[in-house]
Design a binder for this molecule. Structure first.
Ligand code: NAD
Length: 496
């Protein structure tokens, strides 16, 4: 940390600006309404936030449309867009402590990870798409000699981005990077639980030279600002990250409005499959704990179903029991803390409700299971491990989105594959095996968008991220994300 003040001292001075950013200006909501945003760390008041509704979304979409139509961004050469977005990434890194502090105060994650993961990944994402955009080529089709058929990509137009609170900046960047690089205008609706970093990103983008109106942010509730954006007749595509429940609505909104493209990145219940032929059971268990309890378990890809071969299950659980307490919750502004606060009281109750359900259905809680640090006024839950779980139990079927994992035992490979795939979700999975054939065989058989082999959560902007089944469609990250924010145009030229 470059400042001599502690994070706690600096936090006391933070006064976030909760106004929207539309057409390059900070503005209050049209109706003048706000909602109060408190920190999940200790309940402290952070700021009043503009409560965006249909009129605000309308103003933002109008600004975005105008910016798109007059070509102030879309018509610039790719190399020129690259320079602006590179500068944007530099400014994000330049503001890393401010952004990390806002993220931690807003949604409760440990400050060390807000800095090393959230800010760093956000900047890297913007920078990567900036660098990509003047290196992607269009295509010429293999037609007869009497024709020249060009297949070109064009920006979609106005993209609505609706994102969750678990990685507020990163989720926004996964939409902004490819959408802006491709020349679109964007209206971003951050979660009402974490609006502040999105609003600061919009200011930094303007400072970097992104023309006004190209990137607008309307904070507000999902059923108000989110719904208005997804129903808007002048929005061409929605990039949504959030729950499967709301993802269904996105499809409905598109059907009821202009059939805008909908790309859903939704929930998960990822399986972590450990075979008895994997020699280092302890390593597998330690990796599980690290991935599961990272971000308080509030990760879409949290490995929350641990399928372990019965021969190594006792050893695995013993290591996990020893590891879990190392992720005990701490104050998020303490640089040593590894597990912070859950995002709000609703999430706390949801997680505690699942823990109760686990007990009620006969699973054995072998570590954690309680709310702690309630005297802080914040929302903290111990890292929790259930053993003896049956895949039909509620805790194995539903996404908990908290620091709770379930150990399910299996006896052979076919059963492991069947259990892993017996889920409405298909975001990620992992297979732990020292046998090349088995690792590949099982990786092929698992129905999920990402399969980790002898690892978990090792990730990079260069590879697609997204799910099978009810975990969504479309993919964030990598060059494939351009597919979501561009239209393909065929231009057929007859040659005489
Ligand atoms: P959520 O679905 O409640 O909210 C997501 C966003 O949608 C928020 O901005 C919210 O305000 C908005 N919204 C809510 N109701 C709406 C409505 N009726 N109309 C329009 N917009 C509405 O999800 P959440 O609780 O913020 O986030 C957690 C979920 O996100 C989990 O299910 C998690 O798995 C998922 N997630 C998925 C990925 C992925 O890449 N697949 C990544 C991160 C999080």
């Amino acid at each position: 940390m470059t400042s001599s003040l502690s994070w706690a001292d600096r936090a006391a001075q933070v006064r976030p600006d909760g106004r929207a950013v539309i057409a390059g200006q900070r503005v209050a909501s049209v109706a003048g309404e706000t909602f109060a945003k408190h920190s999940p760390i200790d309940g402290r008041f952070l700021a009043d936030v503009a409560r965006g509704q249909a009129a605000d979304v309308d103003a933002a979409v109008r600004a975005a449309r105008q910016a798109f139509d007059d070509g102030r961004w879309a018509a610039r050469a790719p190399a020129a867009r690259k320079r602006v977005l590179q500068r944007f990434a530099e400014l994000i890194l330049g503001a890393k402590e401010e952004l990390a502090l806002l993220e931690t105060l807003d949604m409760g994650k440990p400050i060390q990870y807000a800095l090393s993961v959230d800010v760093a990944s956000t900047a890297r994402c913007i920078q990567w798409y900036a660098e990509a955009i003047d290196k992607v080529y269009d295509e010429i089709a293999p037609t007869p000699r009497t024709a020249l058929a060009l297949i070109t990509r064009e920006p979609m137009g106005v993209v609505g981005a609706i994102v969750p609170w678990n990685y507020p900046m990163i989720m926004a960047a996964w939409k902004l990077g490819p959408a802006l690089a491709a020349g679109n205008s964007v209206v971003l609706k951050p979660s009402e639980k974490s609006p502040f970093t999105a609003l600061r990103l919009a200011e930094l983008a303007l400072e970097a030279g992104l023309p006004p109106g190209v990137f607008n942010v309307v904070p507000g509730y999902g059923h108000e600002a989110g719904e208005a954006l997804a129903l808007h007749m002048d929005v061409d595509a929605i990039g949504f990250t959030g729950s499967t429940r709301v993802g269904r609505r996105m499809l409905d909104y598109a059907g009821r409005s202009n059939l805008k493209r909908v790309y859903n990145e939704l929930g998960g219940k990822s399986a972590f499959v450990v075979f008895d032929d994997y020699a280092d059971v302890a390593r597998a268990a330690k990796t599980l704990a690290g991935s599961m309890f990272f971000n308080q378990g509030e990760s879409c890809n949290a490995p929350s179903r641990v399928l372990v071969h019965e021969k190594v299950a006792d050893e695995f659980v013993a290591v996990l029991q020893a590891e879990a307490p190392k992720y005990a919750p701490g104050h998020p502004l303490d640089p040593k803390t590894v597990l912070g606060a859950l995002v709000d009281d609703t999430q706390l109750r949801t997680v505690l409700g699942y823990i109760e359900a686990g007990h009620a259905e006969g699973a054995r809680c072998v570590s954690g299971g309680r709310q702690v640090m309630a005297d802080t006024g914040g929302y903290y839950v111990e890292p929790t491990v259930f053993d003896g779980v049956d895949n039909r139990m509620k805790i194995a079927r539903e996404e908990i989105f908290g620091p709770v994992t379930s150990v399910i035992r299996f006896s052979d490979e076919a059963q492991a594959i069947a259990l892993a795939n017996d889920s409405a979700y298909g975001l990620q999975a992992s297979v732990w095996s020292d046998h090349l054939n088995r690792a590949h065989r099982v990786a092929r058989a698992l129905r999920a968008g990402t399969i980790h082999v002898n690892s978990y959560d090792e990730d990079d902007i260069t590879v697609p991220f997204g799910g099978y089944k009810q975990s969504g469609n479309g993919r964030d990250k990598s060059l494939h994300a351009f597919d979501k924010y561009t239209e393909l145009k065929t231009t057929w030229v007859r040659l005489d």
